[in-house]
Design a protein around this ligand. Structure first.
Ligand SMILES: [Fe+2]
Length: 283
């Protein structure tokens, strides 16, 4: 283990460097149960306060490089209308979005978040919590461990992620709003469940759950199958989150359209690897 890991993760309470310990085995079991039942699990105070400060600092240092986008999107992260579909199709519902990212390629080499993402201990721990192996770090050079920024009036509408597994680490909580909401397992490979998705877009709250995330907490989340959103942020203090992601396919990256809309640019890798998803689900 690299010694720097113990300055970032609370290894006393969460010994991810020793997956055979009974302490971490109990946590893994709880996460696995939560993930199977709710598609989501939270580990409180996983990141040490000093490291949260460092992450805030490294984001604020580059805050002028954050790409903010306000384009309305459908739940499949697309902004283009398809008039060949029925007007009631969820692909034709476009919701307000105001959200930004500090792309992963802008992180310094010594970055706290980048270092954490590159540690095998974290990958193996997440894989154990999911009960899925192997999982891989995401090959997308812009999106793999980006910082997310939501300022006052910022909002992230209902959507599915392009990657299978997302970690969220809250590093600054806003004064008000910015609540994560989700509908566990509303779709699965082979079943888009468009009718149920549309109901949620139209305001049905039956399947909606809320998650309270505090600075330092680690959330593990299956975002490709679970419709989710972040409610509007209110007040002066922006909401900062870092979102390292893992995937089942080590080759795949975001589509060029998605990368342009959300991260503000397209790299050659997005064009070279622009192929249909192996799970057949829409992005
Ligand atoms: Fe998401």
């Amino acid at each position: 283990m690299n010694d720097r890991l113990k300055t970032i993760v609370d290894l006393d309470n969460y010994p991810i460097h020793d997956l055979s310990s009974s302490k971490i085995q109990a946590i893994i079991k709880k996460c696995k149960d939560d993930l199977e039942q709710f598609s989501c699990s939270t580990i409180p105070n996983f990141i040490l306060p000093k490291s949260i400060e460092t992450m805030n600092f490294e984001l604020e240092k580059k805050i002028d490089k954050v790409f903010m986008s306000k384009k309305s999107i459908n739940p499949y992260l697309n902004s283009k209308d398809d008039p060949s579909l029925s007007p009631n199709h969820p692909k034709r519902t476009f919701l307000e979005r105001d959200n930004g990212y500090l792309n992963s390629d802008l992180f310094d080499n010594g970055s706290e978040m980048k270092f954490l993402y590159e540690q095998e201990e974290l990958l193996k721990f997440v894989s154990a919590c999911l009960g899925i192996s192997p999982i891989y770090r995401w090959a997308d050079p812009l999106a793999c461990h980006a910082y997310n920024v939501m300022r006052s009036e910022g909002i992230l509408p209902w959507h599915f992620d392009s990657c299978e597994f997302t970690l969220s680490i809250m590093i600054q909580k806003p004064d008000e709003g910015g609540i994560f909401e989700y509908c566990p397992f509303i779709r699965e490979p082979g079943n888009e469940n468009f009718d149920e998705v549309k109901k949620v877009l139209d305001g049905d709250r039956t399947k909606v759950r809320q998650l309270k995330l505090e600075p330092g907490d680690l959330q593990i989340f299956k975002g490709r199958f679970t419709l989710h959103r972040v409610t509007k942020v209110k007040g002066e203090k922006p909401r900062y989150l870092c979102i390292p992601a893992y995937v089942l396919d080590p080759w795949r990256v975001n589509t060029p359209e998605h990368s342009e809309a959300i991260y503000g640019k397209v790299l050659p890798i997005h064009i070279e690897r622009n192929q249909a998803r192996s799970d057949g689900l829409a992005d």
